[in-house]
Write a protein that binds this ligand. Structure first.
Ligand code: SF4
Ligand code: SF4
Length: 483
């Protein structure tokens, strides 16, 4: 049975925007040089296992530290180590075409059903798949703050709730559909006592119906089709919506025994175990109207943004962002690499000019929660750039920020306290620490107030004064992995 009714209050449906990726997938191939950060995704920085001048092969482990919370990193190409500095290993390609080739992990088998648990854990750890997503995958190594026995639930999701995120259709295209099913079953073998929840957007109901048939008879799986409203992709919202459990804001899902994984991580798990393939490439969506074509690309880890966007970008001032238009990191330096935590690269017009009396002028590049702009006419796709389209005005108490807030706090009240520099415990009583920095309140604010950044500032000031919600959470949750 597919469960349809799991949702949350608030949120926002980002729909019909220019620059949404289509179903095309291109191969970018091995780059001429690769920059491999020693910290990628979840966990701490690892130690280099190579020296300048060493020859490395694609897939070779080049950084590892079994003594800290981390997972190994690999060379994505065959080549020579040119430098190791500032936590990055720079490798120059030898020119060898390593398309579809890699140094296989020891012990892998296409007959993975016959592998014992220790080998499965070794493969998941050595591949680096255990270092993906927000809390890692527990193995007998230090790949997660919790142990395998502490995992009660695994949520595997691709809700397509964030604008420009990779499409489920593309991630599971062709043989990857079966690989995904295999990855789920490997996780079932690793965590037999945990319940597994597979969550997709309602748009992908047909896909989930197929998986329901594939897993028939295995009672530890449950299937969900949810409305793709943002931020259904963030664990602070996903966990309460799917499991009906309260969330320990300020801590991770993993601290209540919930491992939250993306579809792509499950594919990496399968590829590690059945093909011996480490995490050396990612499927990345190229979103935003500044790309000449919005598609998906299979990209080697360590490829610089500059190399990735070459020949794919329109002229003009652009802003580049990793992963999310709402919570992502701005890429100011195009020599930065795509690492294994990246799933989207976004390019939008960087519009700095102000726009006076914006609220009185309609336009197709203005998304509007208040339905006052022409951009909501469903026939047209909306644009998106960095212009806030208007000047800051006083709060008019429209209540839109409160309406969208997915954690049911009062952004309209909290931002006023911070703006007036009233930093006191009252803010904690109004649950300021429940804010998950999703930025929706800023997005919908009719008065162009940076509501979310004010709330973030309020939290920082309170923490500097020694006030946080740690004690409250510890009292009310049996936290795991906190020592
Ligand atoms: S940023 Fe914080 S206050 Fe604003 S909508 Fe998101 S959770 Fe609510
Ligand atoms: S959305 Fe903006 S104007 Fe409306 S209540 Fe919130 S802060 Fe005030």
């Amino acid at each position: 049975m597919i469960i349809n009714n799991r949702t949350f209050r608030g949120g926002y449906l980002f729909d019909k925007f220019k620059g949404e990726p289509d179903q095309k997938l291109v191969e970018t191939g091995p780059p001429g040089k690769a920059c491999v950060p020693l910290k990628q995704g979840f966990g701490e920085e690892v130690q280099p296992e190579v020296r300048v001048g060493d020859t490395v092969s694609a897939g070779q482990i080049i950084g590892r530290n079994d003594e800290n919370l981390s997972s190994p990193v690999h060379s994505p190409i065959a080549g020579i180590v040119k430098s190791i500095a500032s936590g990055v290993i720079n490798i120059e390609s030898s020119g060898e075409n390593t398309e579809g080739k890699w140094k296989a992990l020891p012990g892998f088998s296409a007959e993975w059903q016959n592998l014992d648990r220790n080998i499965l854990e070794d493969l998941v750890y050595l591949s680096g798949a255990s270092g993906l997503d927000s809390g890692g995958i527990p193995t007998r190594y230090m790949s997660s703050p919790i142990t395998s026995e502490e995992v009660e639930n695994i949520i595997i999701h691709n809700t397509e709730a964030d604008l420009f995120s990779p499409l489920t259709d593309v991630l599971l295209q062709g043989p990857r559909g079966e690989e995904f099913a295999g990855g789920c079953l490997i996780l079932d073998k690793l965590f037999p006592k945990a319940r597994k929840h597979i969550v997709v957007s309602r748009k992908n109901r047909k896909i989930i119906e197929q998986f329901e048939t594939t897993f028939k008879g295995n009672d530890s799986f449950e299937f969900y089709a949810v409305k793709p409203k943002y931020p259904a992709n963030l664990e602070e919202v996903l966990v309460p919506a799917i499991l009906g459990k309260p969330f320990p804001y300020g801590f991770g899902a993993v601290n209540i025994g919930v491992v939250v994984l993306s579809f792509q991580t499950v594919l990496h798990v399968y590829q590690a175990v059945a093909q011996g393939k480490p995490v050396i490439e990612r499927i990345i969506s190229l979103g935003g109207e500044r790309f000449t074509e919005n598609l998906h690309a299979r990209v080697r880890v360590g490829t610089t943004v500059e190399a990735l966007i070459k020949g794919r970008i329109k002229e003009g001032e652009n802003r580049y962002i990793f992963n999310s238009i709402n919570t992502g990191v701005r890429v100011k330096d195009l020599s930065l690499p795509v690492d294994r935590s990246i799933s989207s690269v976004i390019a939008i017009p960087d519009e700095k000019a102000g726009e006076s009396m914006s609220f009185a002028r309609p336009g197709f590049i203005k998304d509007s929660y208040s339905y006052t702009f022409a951009s909501v006419i469903p026939l047209f796709k909306k644009g998106l750039n960095t212009n806030v389209h208007g000047e800051k005005r006083a709060c008019i108490s429209c209540g839109f920020c409160e309406e969208v807030c997915p954690v049911r706090i009062l952004p309209n009240l909290l931002h006023k306290y911070v703006e007036k520099n009233i930093i006191e415990e009252t803010l904690a009583n109004y649950k300021i620490f429940n804010c998950i920095d999703c930025n929706l309140c800023t997005y919908v604010c009719t008065s162009k107030i940076g509501v979310a950044s004010l709330i973030k500032l309020g939290k920082e000031k309170l923490r500097a004064d020694g006030v946080d919600n740690g004690e409250f959470i510890r009292k009310n949750f049996a936290l795991k992995g906190i020592h």
